[in-house]
Design a protein around this ligand. Structure first.
Ligand code: CMC
Length: 388
């Protein structure tokens, strides 16, 4: 039974009005991650995101999300090895990428490739937990390969074969550029991946769980999630933040630009959140990473502009800053093409999506809410010859 947060069961009309966008509705129980929106805290399996960002790696965090606790040294080594062994994508998938129009968005490519990769997965017909973990390892390990391969293909370059020794984050940067990244670059991306790995019942995770609740398979759930993450109100916001920074162009123009945005009542990307009332704790990390990478590359332009935007927006409004704000200047300063920002979100969030799919299967009930019909009734069927 779905209830409102105050515990009441609302009438249909009340429910539809109160819960537009399902705000305040608790639609699932989860042991994977917890957002304390009032105090701006986030926990994965009970561990504070600040501790994970400071000490963990993306691979270790993924193991935490999937298995419920931090792996031992031996478990982690075996887990990392499995990741490294499953990075290649089938040649047929490369052929499909080669056949796509070059203008296809990387998120569109990723959605298509994940859907197609179901066909090549040896465990496709098996929905057991063991098979789903194997599928998740293959998917999580190979999604960065799809994104990097697409970026090379669309630029007329041959994809770079994934490394078997680099970390997940370092290997992604390596496949993008055909250059082993510096330790700082790899560490910065690794931390960004940890920060994006899970986030309660966000829109794409909900989409994954809805698909899983029909007992459709894991690849279908992740395909639904990718399509949902793509939108500019969700994962697509990081790309929009960068487009805003480019449009502004200079720190001196920030104030005037924002004045226009406020006057036109337009949304400023990278601000606002359904759950956080305080700043998103991930934003503080991304701010730090963005500053570090900007300093180390001697390119403070986008970071400084971001700082000025934040100052003004938070002076004029009570909007909290969200995860997508500083990731924009961070990725751009790392020389990552803008339309790969959301795919980077996806190659991290797949860890959380898959964990939620296991959780959904483990105690499943079809997710099927109701709507309140507000259209006309008893409308006569007019034969086509009599219609105007
Ligand atoms: N800039 C200006 N005003 C805003 C913003 C913003 N970024 N966000 C919310 N508001 C205003 C909004 O106009 C509305 O005002 P009013 O009540 O006067 O009409 C009020 O705040 C409530 O906004 P809402 O859109 O109804 O709130 P929501 O909970 O439905 O939406 C949100 C949350 C994240 C979609 C929204 O804040 C937004 O569109 N932000 C910009 C896009 C963005 O940064 N998205 C990334 C979200 S975090 C990462 C993720 O989960 O993917």
């Amino acid at each position: 039974m779905i209830t409102l947060k105050d515990g009441n069961i609302p009438s249909r009309e009340e429910a539809a009005k109160k819960s537009k966008g399902l705000e305040g509705i608790v639609a699932a129980q989860t042991g994977i991650s917890h957002i304390d929106g009032i105090n701006g805290r986030l926990y994965y399996r009970g561990i504070d995101i600040n501790d994970l960002a400071a000490n963990s790696t993306f691979e270790e965090t993924t193991a935490l999300l999937w298995y419920g606790k931090l792996p031992t040294k031996g478990q982690l080594e075996r887990f990392q090895q499995k990741f490294a062994d499953n990075r290649l994508i089938p040649n047929d998938v490369i052929s499909i990428l080669l056949s796509l129009p070059k203008k296809t968005s990387p998120m569109g490519v990723l959605r298509t490739a994940v859907s197609v990769m179901a066909t090549y997965d040896p465990d496709e017909g098996d929905n057991s937990l063991e098979a789903n973990v194997n599928k998740s390892i293959r998917l999580t390990a190979s999604m960065p390969t799809v994104v990097a391969a697409w970026n090379r293909i669309r630029n007329g370059l041959w994809p770079v074969t994934p490394s078997k020794t680099l970390s997940h984050a370092a290997n992604f940067l390596y496949m993008l550029t055909d250059r082993v990244p510096t330790e700082t670059e790899a560490k910065v991306l690794d931390t960004a991946l940890i920060l994006h790995a899970d986030h309660g019942l966000n829109a794409s995770t909900f989409a994954a769980r809805i698909t899983a609740s029909t007992l459709s398979n894991l690849h279908s759930s992740i395909t639904s999630a990718i399509g949902t993450l793509k939108g500019p109100l969700h994962g697509g916001a990081n790309e929009q933040v960068m487009r805003m920074l480019l449009e502004i162009g200079d720190v001196d123009r920030v104030e005037q630009y924002l004045r226009g945005m406020f006057a036109a009542k337009k949304k400023i990307m990278g601000f606002g959140h359904r759950v956080y009332k305080a700043d998103d704790p991930r934003a503080a990390w991304l701010q730090k990473l963005s500053r570090e990478i900007s300093e180390s590359t001697n390119n403070m332009r986008w970071y400084q502009m971001s700082e000025r935007i934040r100052e003004i927006v938070q002076e004029k409004t009570s909007l909290p800053i969200n995860v997508d704000f500083y990731s924009a200047s961070l990725y751009y300063t790392l020389n990552i093409p803008i339309d790969l920002f959301t795919p980077i979100f996806a190659i991290s969030r797949v860890a959380g999506w898959t964990a939620h799919v296991y959780e959904q299967y483990s105690d499943n009930r079809l997710i099927r809410p109701e709507s309140e019909y507000i259209g006309p009734m008893n409308v006569p069927y007019v034969p086509i010859s009599e219609r105007e």
